[in-house]
Ligand binder design. Structure first.
Ligand code: SAM
Length: 377
């Protein structure tokens, strides 16, 4: 796949808004070769039904990790792009692609609101973009203390109001990970070293969630010098899990090329239980199977919010009868409001006048504000 770092005209506004330095940096659209993605799958659990990539590009990384057991790929990507075509996938192994086209920092609050969680994350975020911290304010309310602390920490390089894209992506993934969940992230090794692994690193409290660390000599994503990785750059790959709190149990350093990586990872499935602490998905049945439908719900809500003409009213009543309802899947997942309305329609229609997005309008006999049932968007 082509490697470039520019801003495509079609989504320039969204991209320029996504990070303070987006106009200088572009998007870092270096994509993971499918062959490398397949090798990086090795340390992950045996059964992976659903893979999520928060900055997915064409889906090379998630698609490369997908194997015979994988049924769904959940992708978020700021640019409107096509899915990569996966060769040699047997027809009987269906694989559904669920793509949200949007800025992950703006999609994240919806994922949080609906309590979407995933079991497996494959991440290769843009390097060194300075995301706006205000979009990720919900990280300050994470149920994990380490995420709250990391969100509050300062990285002098990006300034108080921004957060490095690599760190932001790790925090979003950890926050939205099931207790059995895990994933890996590809980054600039010197960024990972400076921000997480070095003594007094600003996000040093995240180190304990990393169970395996790999350092590649060069950058397999840029493919400069043909397929050689040997340029003056090191790529860092960290495998991390919410339930692993013992820090890196193994570091594979100075990896030279795909063959070297493949050979050195070959042993990991056999010793994984000694490296990766905490509960994980041992059987396909243990996975969080609702994550695809909840992701679709977020997608519907996101798409609706992006339409230039969106409907203000969610329920239309004519003489006490609901004539139209425009409730997004996300809205329905948030509350059982519609079923409440329809199942108790006789009693409720007295006071329900109509529901306006973010505000409830109702007649005075209502027992409690409608907004309690349907919080304002
Ligand atoms: C390094 S590429 C990796 C793509 C894919 N994960 C892979 O490994 O092949 C980073 C991707 O992040 C996307 N991106 C940049 N900023 C983003 C944002 N705020 N939200 C979602 N995607 C973003 C870029 O367009 C680019 O496709």
């Amino acid at each position: 796949m082509e490697a470039r770092s520019s801003i495509p005209a079609g989504c320039a506004q969204e991209i320029l808004e996504s990070a303070k330095n987006a106009s200088d940096k572009g998007l870092s659209q270096y994509e993971t070769p499918l062959s490398l993605a397949k090798i990086l799958r090795t340390p992950l659990p045996k059964w992976i039904e659903v893979v999520c990539d928060l900055t997915a590009g064409h889906g090379q990384l998630a698609g490369g990790v997908a194997d015979g057991a994988t049924k769904d790929l959940l992708l978020c990507e700021i640019q409107r792009v096509q899915n990569v075509k996966l060769e040699n996938r047997p027809l009987y192994q269906s694989l559904e692609w669920h793509r949200i086209t949007g800025d992950v920092t703006k999609v994240y609050p919806l994922l949080k609101e609906i309590n979407w969680q995933g079991d497996c994350f494959t991440l290769n975020p843009p390097f060194d973009l300075h995301f706006h911290k205000s979009n990720l304010e919900q990280l300050a309310h994470s149920d994990m203390e380490d995420i709250r602390t990391a969100y509050a920490a300062d990285d002098p390089r990006v300034g108080r109001k921004q957060i490095d894209s690599t760190i932001a992506t790790i925090l979003i993934a950890l926050d939205r990970m099931t207790h059995l969940g895990e994933g890996f992230l590809i980054g600039n090794n010197s960024t990972l070293e400076r921000l997480i692994f070095a003594a007094k690193a600003p996000y040093g409290n995240l180190k304990k969630y990393v169970w395996l660390r790999i350092i590649l000599d060069g950058n397999p994503m840029t493919k400069r010098d043909g397929d050689a990785w040997n340029e003056g750059f090191q790529t860092g790959i960290i495998y991390f899990a919410r339930s692993h709190e013992n820090g890196p149990q193994m570091t594979l350093d100075r990896v030279q090329n795909e063959e070297d990586l493949k050979n050195r990872l070959r042993i990991i499935p056999d010793i994984r239980h000694r490296l990766r602490n905490g509960p994980s998905v041992f059987y396909a049945e243990a996975a969080s199977r609702g994550s695809t439908s909840t992701w679709e719900a977020v997608k519907a809500e996101w798409d609706a919010s992006q339409r230039s003409k969106r409907t203000d009213y969610n329920i239309w009543l004519e003489e006490g009868i609901i004539t139209r309802a425009a409730l997004s899947t996300c809205g329905r997942a948030k509350t059982k409001f519609l079923s409440l309305i329809t199942s108790r329609v006789d009693g409720w229609l007295d006071w329900v006048h109509h529901y306006r997005r973010g505000h409830a309008r109702y007649a005075s006999s209502m027992p409690r504000p409608l907004t309690m049932l349907w919080p304002a968007a």
